[in-house]
Design a protein around this ligand. Structure first.
Ligand SMILES: NC(=O)c1ccc[n+]([C@@H]2O[C@H](COP(=O)([O-])OP(=O)(O)OC[C@H]3O[C@@H](n4cnc5c(N)ncnc54)[C@H](OP(=O)(O)O)[C@@H]3O)[C@@H](O)[C@H]2O)c1
Length: 219
């Protein structure tokens, strides 16, 4: 796939000093008010926000609270179409934030019915166990989605890293250490075996206020 035929992808996350984006219980309350304002500002500038289905467990609205704006797509990767139909990403302001759920071709039309009735768009990408990201990115681009804010979690972040699908990173470091092998890392998955295979970025800016640091990187 040609690089220009996919959306520009910005990974955005808040993590602890020890690189966790959620504790072992799934608590991800790391951002303070000011950080949320910055994240929401970034949301006003993209065509879509993308998350994995486990990030829906906390029932986020994936909306913008602090600014006037024209909305964007909320995209959820959910290979087997399992997220609750009552999720905020489906029911909260769907006209402003239309929702796209991405699955595989293995999902039946029958299963899709109740989501389609809620005006959710379903994109089927690939026949594997999980959503095929290259196929998905091409389909999203065709729909006019030229920029995506990737808001995790760790499993989905790894898939984007593995496929080299990250152009920019905005990372806030919160001043805590939470530890735990079961806690969610910024990037989980199997990881690369060698540094030479890893994705490398250029540090573009460092901002700090109080005890928070925000880093911006580009490919
Ligand atoms: N601090 C922060 O900034 C921040 C941001 C976001 C999330 N979080 C936290 O992160 C946690 C969730 O992270 P998580 O790693 O458990 O899950 P996740 O990345 O949110 O979702 C992973 C799931 O997405 C589905 N998926 C579909 N296609 C995929 C693909 N191509 N690659 C990877 N996944 C695909 C898979 O389920 P299927 O196989 O069933 O499709 C997979 O298990 C939550 O606790 C959330 O609060 C924190």
């Amino acid at each position: 796939m040609s690089e220009s035929k996919r959306p520009y992808i910005i990974l955005s996350a808040a993590m602890t000093i020890d690189g966790k984006i959620a504790s072992k219980s799934g608590d991800s309350e790391l951002s303070d008010e000011e950080d949320w304002q910055e994240v929401h500002k970034l949301r006003t500038k993209v065509d879509a926000i993308l998350v994995g289905k486990n990030t829906i467990n906390e029932n986020p609205k994936l909306h913008i609270k602090y600014y006037t704006h024209e909305g964007y797509y909320r995209i959820v990767l959910d290979s087997n179409l399992t997220i609750p139909i009552s999720s905020n990403v489906i029911t909260y302001l769907p006209h402003l934030y239309p929702t796209i759920i991405c699955t595989t071709e293995n999902v039946s039309r029958e299963r899709m019915k109740k989501y389609l009735e809620k005006k959710v768009t379903i994109i089927r990408a690939g026949k594997g166990a999980r959503v095929d990201l290259f196929k998905l990115m091409a389909k999203l681009y065709e729909r006019g989605i030229k920029s995506i804010l990737l808001e995790g979690g760790g499993t989905v972040n790894w898939s984007f890293v593995k496929h080299g699908l990250i152009d920019e990173i905005r990372l806030t470091i919160a001043p805590w250490i939470v530890g735990g092998k079961e806690a969610i890392n910024l990037v989980d998955g199997e990881g690369f075996a060698y540094m030479k295979d890893s994705l490398q970025f250029k540090l573009v800016s460092v901002k700090h206020r109080d005890n928070y640091v925000t880093l911006k990187y580009k490919r």
